[in-house]
Write a protein that binds this ligand. Structure first.
Ligand SMILES: [Zn+2]
Length: 494
């Protein structure tokens, strides 16, 4: 399996494509304008204490001050003590006892600033990596609840405890779910990486010349380099000289295995024209996915879940019916696994395979789906086929889907996916005219509508319009409003 990463950089956005054996498997997009602040760490200054709210406003060097509540100042240990100490009730200190205006505080953004609200802050700093979260202000070693096996939990805890001692590090660590299948060396390498990141933050905190931001969550290019397993990747091609140079520096410091695999792409052809990536992205935003032997999928993301319908193409002969259905379902199983990754669909996914009589065929389709999903970086689980032939898949949602990133609900159809026809709108206009005539006196009437509706009123529906005009006894004028969509119109009294 050869994996290649292509990175397209413009001032407006960075896009990353993961290609396996010449086929696009994943797309990640980061827009420069909404890169966000979550995860960033600041050297802040308390500007105001709000005793009533038990909170403080903190100057960060951003457009608005951040908001720090007393409950986000307590350390990890203090919180545990407050929670578990059944005997003596410990008193939560008041904000004024902890902070005063003018004091420097190290804070991290936990919630983006929205509208008039500033960023929500915490003093409990955490720096994530692929397998670990480093908590410089804690001494707690925790293991993700989702790692179930007691032996695995113990092994990982011992590994991290030993590595922390050996590296002479202070602070706590949370071992993330992904560590379950990681090699020991990978986890230790990550701990060393976190140590370097944190010593850099500390240096910047102490430097009196530094104000505001002391640590920025990595931009997309670096996050990808941090999160992908380097041994699987053949090369990383980047079409910006500047980003390439900083990627080389980043690799040298944090992912040395990747340095030799980085390539600057100065090509004549846009980098996303390679492997038809641009076309594949557009296709991944549509609902219909064709299958090789004529069938197709219909993918429908709704708010609660995504449904995927498997269909045979056109007429299916009765002779080899079961074989055809089986073949279509097998193709669908491969295709669905790829589409889930490509579109980054998360949550509950209900797949409606074509009904098959043969239970062995059902088993094979399920197994194919499971195997194809095993290549996914996101965690997935597949449930058995229900009596109605439905298969429920869950996929852990880590980011917005491709559609959520690149699209917005259609303002014309408001998500229905269909529009009332021009003729339906013409008939609505006739009814509206009659309603107006009964209610108000006017010398004449004017219909303002889209080009396509006005065209129909002047052509196919012109005799109906003439009849109506005669019935009303007043002239009806027509006017095109180019900005109106098909369903939009006004009836004006003159
Ligand atoms: Zn629409």
């Amino acid at each position: 399996m050869s994996e290649e990463i292509l990175i397209n950089v413009t001032p407006q956005e960075t896009r990353v494509a993961l290609v396996e054996n010449g086929m696009l498997q994943e797309v990640l997009v980061e827009r420069t304008e909404n890169r966000g602040y979550v995860g960033n760490i600041y050297k802040g200054k308390v500007v105001r204490i709000l005793p009533g709210m038990e909170a403080a406003f903190v100057e960060l060097g951003l457009a608005r001050t951040g908001f720090l509540h007393v409950s986000d100042i307590l350390s990890h240990e203090q919180k545990i003590a407050n929670g578990h100490d059944g005997g003596v009730e410990k008193r939560t200190p008041h904000i004024a006892e902890l902070l005063r205006p003018g004091k420097d505080v190290i804070v991290q953004v936990v919630k983006e600033p929205i509208a008039a609200k500033g960023a929500r802050l915490t003093t409990e700093i955490s720096v994530p990596s692929r397998y670990l979260v480093y908590l410089p202000g804690s001494s707690h070693i925790g293991v993700s609840q989702r790692i179930r096996e007691p032996e695995t939990r113990d092994r990982l805890r011992t590994l991290v405890e030993n590595a922390i001692q050996e590296e002479d590090m202070k602070g706590g660590v949370i071992i993330r779910t992904m560590a379950e299948t990681a090699a020991d060396e990978e986890i230790v390498a990550e701990l060393k990486y976190l140590k370097r990141v944190c010593s850099r933050i500390k240096k910047r905190m102490k430097d009196p010349k530094v104000t505001g931001e002391v640590h920025t969550e990595l931009p997309l290019t670096f996050r990808v380099m941090r999160d992908m397993l380097p041994e699987n990747i053949e090369k990383v091609r980047i079409d910006s000289k500047e980003t390439f140079n900083s990627a080389v520096e980043f690799a040298r410091e944090f992912v040395p295995e990747l340095e030799g695999k980085l390539e600057y792409y100065p090509g004549e052809r846009p980098i996303f024209d390679l492997y038809s990536i641009e076309d594949e992205i557009i296709k991944a935003l549509g609902s219909k996915v064709p299958l090789k032997s004529g069938g197709y999928l219909v993918i429908d993301p709704t708010e609660a879940m995504t449904t995927i319908d498997v269909n045979t193409g056109g007429f299916v002969g009765r002779k080899n019916l079961e074989e055809t259905l089986f073949k279509t379902n097998m193709e669908a199983a491969y295709s669905i696994a790829r589409q889930l990754r490509l579109r980054n669909i998360g949550g509950i996914i209900i797949i409606d395979f074509i009904d098959m009589g043969d239970t062995e065929h059902q088993r094979q389709v399920l197994r194919t789906l499971e195997n194809a999903l095993a290549r996914d970086h996101a965690k997935t689980s597949v449930n058995d086929m229900s009596p109605l032939g439905l298969v429920e898949v869950t996929r852990k949602r880590t980011r917005e889907s491709l559609q959520q990133t690149l699209c917005e609900p259609c303002p014309v159809c408001e998500g229905r996916g269909v529009l009332r026809t021009a003729r339906t709108v013409c008939f609505e206009i006739f009814r509206e005219l009659l309603r107006e005539v009964r209610q108000f006196e006017a010398k004449e009437y004017m219909v303002i509508a889209s080009q396509v509706v006005i065209d129909m009123l002047l052509d196919e529906e012109s005799s109906s319009l003439a009849d109506l005009q005669e019935f009303i006894g007043k002239p009806i004028k027509l006017q095109v409003e180019p900005s109106y969509h098909q369903e939009q119109y006004d009836v004006v009294l003159l």
